[in-house]
Structure formats: structure tokens, C-alpha cells
Design a protein around this ligand. Sequence first.
Ligand SMILES: [Zn+2]
Ligand SMILES: [Zn+2]
Length: 135
Amino acid sequence: MPHTGHCFCGQVRYAINAEPVAARMCWCRDCQYIASGSATVNVLFPGDAVKFEGVITTLVKIADSGNTVERGFCPTCGSQMYSRTIQPADMPIRIRAGTLDNPELKAPEAIIWSESAPSWAVLDPKLPHHPRGPK
Ligand SMILES: [Zn+2]
Ligand SMILES: [Zn+2]
């Protein structure tokens, strides 16, 4: 059975025909802007396994990692849906965990870009912390 999800208003929907390959929280500065000051929580899937429906606005920027990253969001409600790395290619797509119909699907297993987190951030000491991106 595919995993499914949608944006806050329901205009964007998706189905994923694969199991998650990883899950993690990202505290990079870019994520803090789009996640209202917190980390993003991302569940990773093979890029070709996700099929979206609806209108998605995309923004392409060079990330703190130096990679070229595309972020997709709903133009009606503003929900962030995913990010994917355009360059280098063939990296997993990061689905924003809050958009999954089942937010329990996969708990974060690591914290990345912990060096960019503000001093008040609460970082689970039981998880591995990567100061920057994962290896
Ligand atoms: Zn929406
Ligand atoms: Zn980030």
C-alpha cells in the first residue's frame, strides 16, 4: 500500500510507492526560515517513488552544503512539501514529515546542521548530531 500525504489545504497530494530510506531533522539556516524557526523534519524516499498531484511552486537555491536544492510548496496554503537535490543528482527526495498522512511513519534518526541551531534549540541527545550535512 502506498504512503500518502497532502498539504494543509489539500490542493497538493502525493502517493509514495516505496518505504522510507531514512528520516532526520535539519537545523540549517534555510530550514529555519521555512519551518518557522525550528528544524525541518524530513522522511527520505527514492526520488522516483513519489507522485505528486496539484499545483506546486518550486524555489531553487544553493544550500549551505553548496548543493543546488529545489524546494516545493503549495502556492495556496504555503505548506512546504519536499526538497530535493538537483546537483549532485540521484539523492533521495526529502518529504516534509508533517505532510504525511501518517506522521509516525519513521521517526528522525539523526540531526543534521546542528551547528546552525540557535542556543535555545532542544536537540535530542539520544540521536547522532552532525554539525553540518551528513557524509
Ligand atoms: Zn495547500
Ligand atoms: Zn536544512
